[in-house]
Each structure stands twice: as C-alpha cells, then as structure tokens.
Design a binder for this molecule. Structure first.
Ligand code: BV8
Length: 236
C-alpha cells in the first residue's frame, strides 16, 4: 500500500462548466451553445441522417475551438488530486482538457471530439486533428463520423460509469446542469454514505442527496476543494 496515498476513491462527474473558463461554451447557460444552434439540427442521430454536412461542420468548428483551448486551474487541480487519492473522472465533455492537464483515468460518456469512427461501429477509433468531410472514409471503407454520442443514441460507457460510481467514497459534481440522461442519473449509483460536493456558480435541485455546495466557478472553487481534501487526508 502506498502510505502517501489515501485508500479513498474520489469520482468526479464533470460537464461543460469545467471547460467554460478555457473558453469552450456551455450548452444551457445564457449565450450557451443551444441558444446559437438548434440542438435538433446538429446534435442528434436524426440530424446526422438528415443533413450530415451541417453536423460535420458544427463539430469541425468545435474541434477547432478545442484544439485552440488550454486546460484551466480546475483541470490542473483535479490532476493534482491523483497524487493523493484514487481519482476517476467521468466527463460528459468531448474535449481533452482533463487529459491534457494530466488526469489519467478519464471516461468520456458522450464521446471525444478529437476521435473519429466508422458509421458502422464504435470499436475502432481514429485520431482526428482537422475537419471530417463527407467522403472521408475509415479503413473499412465507410464514412468517418465524429466519435460523439448524439441525442437519440445509446451511451455505450454507461455501465462502466455506474460501476466506477458504485465504489465512490467522495463524489464531486462540477460544471453540469444534470439535464441530460442517463448521465444525470449517475449520482444515484454513488453509495449513500459517500461524501458529495457540488461545484457550480448556480444551485442545482439535489435535495434528495446531501451535497456540500462550493458555490462559484470551477477555477475558483475546485482548487479550494482539492486543498481541503488533501489537508484532511494528511491530518487523518
Ligand atoms: C439516450 C455530445 C436512449 C454532443 C451530448 C426527455 C426527458 C429526459 C430525457 C430525454 C427526454 N427526451 C430525450 C431524452 C434523452 C436525452 C436527453 O437527456 N435529453 C435532454 C436534453 C432532455 N438523452 C439522450 O438522447 C442520450 N441517449 O437516452 O439513448 C437510447 C437507448 C438505446 C438505443 C437508442 C437510444 C444521449 C445523450 C448524449 C447527448 N450528447 N453531448 C455534444 O457535446 O455536442 S449531451 C451534451 O449535454 C453535452 O455532452 C453536455 O456535456 C451534456 C450536459 O450538459 P452540461 O455539461 O451539463 O452543460 P450545461 O450547459 O447543461 O450546464 C453547464 C453547467 O455548468 C451549469 O450548471 C452551469 O451553472 C455550470 N457552469 C457554468 N460556468 C461554470 C459552471 N460551473 C463551474 N464553473 C464555471 N465557470
């Protein structure tokens, strides 16, 4: 056993809010993405069948933004936490900012914008650092598509995420409005006796579970929460 590392498992459930201060828009805040685009035109499986070019250009633009963005202090603080605890990050985000800040255990529930796959399956993934156009084919000869879970598509990593959550001692929910299912229901897979924290400038209706609310932005509050957890572990 590594005496410098706690046995406690920390699970982070993150959403668009943790990447907001890296310049990547959220979805449902005022001036959010779904105020500029109709979700049904660009982020559903029906939209893909109806107008693939429009969907591809929507994700090409977001991929360009992700490539131009940098992790922020919240991402780096969560990576620091891994030196002291077993940390698993379950993110709804499709950016790679958790990985780029040094986090090692990141599960992307809704896919990854820097990866592509065949329209036929989500087994083989291919790195994508530019645009995807109609006619771009995977080695199996089928159209390449973004490795993204669109609305109306099943969430293949949900069982893995529930398994991780079921062993959680400390849960941190950061930067998500918990509007999207089944991801939003993951908090219920967390053991009742786990300690739960919410980091968000807004309040969320979480009254059926006991959350301590660090009210504020991710870059303000995640470093404070990480320091608190590390200090408590060192003084234990
Ligand atoms: C499925 C990839 C079945 C694309 C995404 C009616 C009721 C309930 C559910 C449904 C319904 N109708 C349909 C459904 C199901 C649907 C759903 O939940 N719809 C919602 C809109 C109601 N779900 C699905 O379709 C899922 N699949 O159900 O499949 C099935 C089964 C078998 C076979 C076939 C089908 C698939 C859902 C996945 C969709 N893909 N993303 C993309 O990214 O473009 S979801 C999308 O929303 C993003 O991934 C995003 O992560 C996710 C959630 O949004 P948030 O991250 O929470 O962002 P949001 O803007 O909402 O909130 C930001 C938060 O941050 C706020 O709280 C804000 O206060 C805070 N914040 C802001 N600034 C900061 C901050 N916090 C900290 N610091 C800051 N600085």
């Amino acid at each position: 056993m590594n005496v410098n590392k706690s046995e406690k498992k920390i699970v982070i459930l993150s959403g668009a809010g943790i990447s907001a201060e890296s310049g990547l828009g959220t979805f449902r805040d005022t001036d959010g993405l779904w105020e500029k685009y109709d979700l049904n035109e660009v982020a559903t499986i029906d939209a893909w069948h109806r107008n693939s070019e429009l969907v591809l250009s929507f994700y090409d633009a977001r991929r360009t933004q992700v490539l131009a963005s940098e992790p922020n202090k919240a991402h780096y603080a969560l990576a620091e936490l891994e030196k002291h605890f077993n940390v698993e990050i379950i993110t709804q985000n499709i950016d790679d900012l958790h990985e780029r800040s040094g986090s090692k255990n990141v599960l992307h529930l809704h896919g990854e914008i820097l990866k592509g796959r065949s329209v036929l399956n989500d087994i083989h993934l291919y790195p994508i650092n530019g645009d995807i156009k109609m006619g771009d084919l995977t080695p199996d000869g089928h159209q390449m598509r973004p490795h993204i879970v669109w609305f109306g598509e099943a969430v293949p990593r949900m069982l893995d995420a529930e398994e991780i959550m079921s062993h959680c001692d400390i849960l941190i929910v950061v930067g998500t409005s918990l509007n999207v299912y089944p991801a939003a229901g993951l908090r219920y897979a967390c053991p009742d006796n786990s300690v739960k924290f919410l980091v968000d400038p807004n309040n969320l209706p979480l009254g059926d579970q006991q959350f301590e609310h660090f009210q504020g932005t991710a870059t303000e509050k995640i470093p404070l929460l990480v320091d608190k957890l590390i200090q408590e572990f060192k003084n234990a």
